[in-house]
Design a protein around this ligand. Structure first.
Ligand code: ADP
Length: 547
């Protein structure tokens, strides 16, 4: 430990230490073990174009950005031609886009409904190219940004622009760009409701305009938001939405009989795609059984939709998330050389002004603070940690963050065991994962969940509610053999169920440290990369791609 401490720039409590380098000189110890993502080359090289609202690292709000980035990068390494088409948000840090340059101007059809009539215009659109985190990107935006309010403001979502109008325009602009640049990708891979209109437009408009080769994959990362759209609003794509307003196509069935009836973009995306994936096998089952299907239940029950849905578990980007090479940490570590983890814990405790005890387990939650994530259970865990002599660190933001802000500023201000950080910070997230003994994910539902996997990669033990992808990735210590087990799970949505799993984990940490250290090493060695999942996606692409 002493050798490791050389070069560590110890933080002063109460400062934004995560914004400064944690080391003043390079790591003195070679911790080995960092996995690289060397991929097998696939025999057939496919042209894949993703349409997405997010792309890590610079246009990320949650897991969507990580997933598109990880999948795209891995498929590139497997020998495929992958491009990501995304909005050129005003808030993008342009200095972090390599080789950013203007590509072309295109005229994108756009419309609006006026007095029951669709008024058609075109919007001059500027297309830029660049590379984000190793992935080639095409960025589209109105050429004259001042003339319209699309993708403007200081945030990806919830900026000062109309999201529905912007994403409908984006779908049209992405397809128009493919047509104008004469591309014929094998696969259009769409993500979430924001890009679903591209499936409708492709089959109803662009397949008659010379785009013939693409087949469409839609990945549903979360069915919580499905994109509600009045028929007249669909005119933002430049075509009338009326043709989609049937039960078979995109009519939002819960609005039948209302005036006006609405479209549901996610429904249309499912109907018009050749294949539909969700981000874990269990979430796929939950969605198909109707349990998590919400208003799209009857659509998902239809055999022609049902039969094209499957679950492919997300991976994580093991180069981005690599404790052996992570430069944001005060010390690196691996399963073979775990000492640096203890130093990372001490560093975080010091920086956050917590008691610097190695014997108090640090329970961490890194999350969007929205109902899906089990807000009441996050709170219950905080108080349980207090009772059980553990430390609790929350990094989160979202529309349920008010109560946590209040607790952070009053009840737990300067508390020696509790720190509630109501904000978004990528670098602090790295430091918390590295310091955490336990990563808690008590979601009400969870399509896949990345934080339990990132936590494991950094040697933390997950405590999760057994739902969706959490059920696919976490195997309980008390019901699985050593080597197979990697965490603690619970079923119920009540505090008692959470306490059962959390208490077992805390007792394990306190009473069997050697076995805990082994469990932590097992987790660090677990294969969590995109290797396996990307092979599944490539197999799916091949199963639908034209020759
Ligand atoms: P979701 O996509 O529902 O938000 P996931 O678990 O799939 O949940 O992905 C969450 C991703 O966002 C992870 O990479 C996590 O580290 C990151 N994240 C969530 N909240 C924060 C935050 N407040 N600060 C930094 N990173 C965060």
């Amino acid at each position: 430990m002493r050798q490791l401490e050389q070069g560590v720039a110890w933080p002063s409590p109460g400062t934004k230490f995560w914004e400064a380098p944690a080391r003043s000189s390079p790591m003195p110890v070679d911790v080995g073990g960092g996995s690289s993502s060397v991929q097998p080359r696939d025999s057939r090289s496919l042209d894949v174009v993703h349409f997405t609202a997010e792309l890590a690292p610079i246009a990320k709000v949650g897991g969507l950005g990580d997933v598109v980035h990880g999948l795209a990068r891995t498929c590139l390494a497997r020998g495929h031609n992958v491009t990501v088409i995304m909005p050129f948000y005003e808030c993008l840090p342009q200095d972090q886009i390599e080789g950013l340059g203007f590509d072309m101007d295109i005229e994108v059809p756009k419309g609006k409904s006026w007095d029951g009539e669709i008024q058609l215009t075109t919007l001059k659109t500027a297309v830029y190219r660049g590379v984000i985190g190793g992935v080639p990107v095409i960025l589209v935006r109105p050429a004259d940004w001042d003339a319209c309010n699309l993708f403007r403001g200081g945030r990806i979502y919830g900026g000062s622009y109309n999201e529905l109008e912007s994403y409908l325009y984006f779908c049209r602009a992405g397809l128009e760009y493919l047509r104008c640049s004469g591309q014929q990708p094998h696969i259009l891979h769409l993500h979430e409701w924001q890009t679903c209109a591209a499936a409708l437009l492709y089959w109803e408009v662009y397949s008659a305009l010379g785009l013939y080769r693409p087949r469409v994959v839609l990945t549903i990362h979360n069915l919580d938001n499905t994109g509600e759209c009045r028929q007249d609003e669909f005119a933002f794509t430049g075509i009338d939405g009326e043709q989609f307003a049937t039960i078979e196509r995109a009519l939002d069935e819960r609005t039948i009989g209302h005036n006006p009836e609405r479209l549901n973009l996610m429904k249309g995306g499912m109907v018009y795609s050749n294949a539909v994936t969700t981000v874990s096998p269990t979430y796929a089952k939950e969605v198909l059984s109707g349990m998590q299907a919400g208003w799209l239940r009857s659509t998902l029950m239809r055999p022609e939709v049902n039969s094209k849905v499957r679950g492919i578990l997300n991976g994580i980007d093991v180069e981005e998330w690599d404790p052996a090479r992570d430069e944001l940490l005060p010390a690196n570590f691996s399963a073979q050389f775990p000492d640096g983890k203890a130093l990372c814990k001490k560093y975080l405790q010091r920086g956050l002004g917590l008691d610097e005890s190695p014997d108090k387990p640090v329970v961490a939650v890194i999350t969007r603070l929205v109902p899906q994530k089990g807000i009441h259970l996050i709170k219950a865990a905080l108080f349980r940690c207090l009772d059980k002599g553990a430390q609790f660190v929350l990094l989160g933001s979202g529309h349920c963050d008010g109560e946590f802000k209040a607790m952070a500023e009053q009840q737990f201000k300067d508390h020696k065991d509790i720190r509630l950080l109501v904000m978004y910070s990528e670098s602090l997230a790295h430091q918390i994962y590295a310091a955490a003994d336990i990563i808690l994910v008590p979601s009400m539902f969870e399509p896949c969940g990345l934080t339990q996997m990132i936590g494991m990669r950094y040697g933390a033990v997950p405590v999760v509610r057994k739902t969706g992808g959490l059920a696919d990735t976490v195997r309980d210590v008390d019901s699985h053999a050593p080597g197979e087990a990697n965490g603690y799970t619970f079923d119920g949505t009540d505090e008692g169920s959470l306490h059962g799993a959390l208490d077992r984990a805390l007792t394990h940490f306190k009473e069997q440290r050697a076995s805990w250290t082994e469990l932590s090493a097992t987790n660090m060695n677990t294969e969590l990369s995109w290797s396996r999942s990307s092979a599944d996606y490539v197999a799916l692409y091949n199963s639908i791609a034209m020759p």
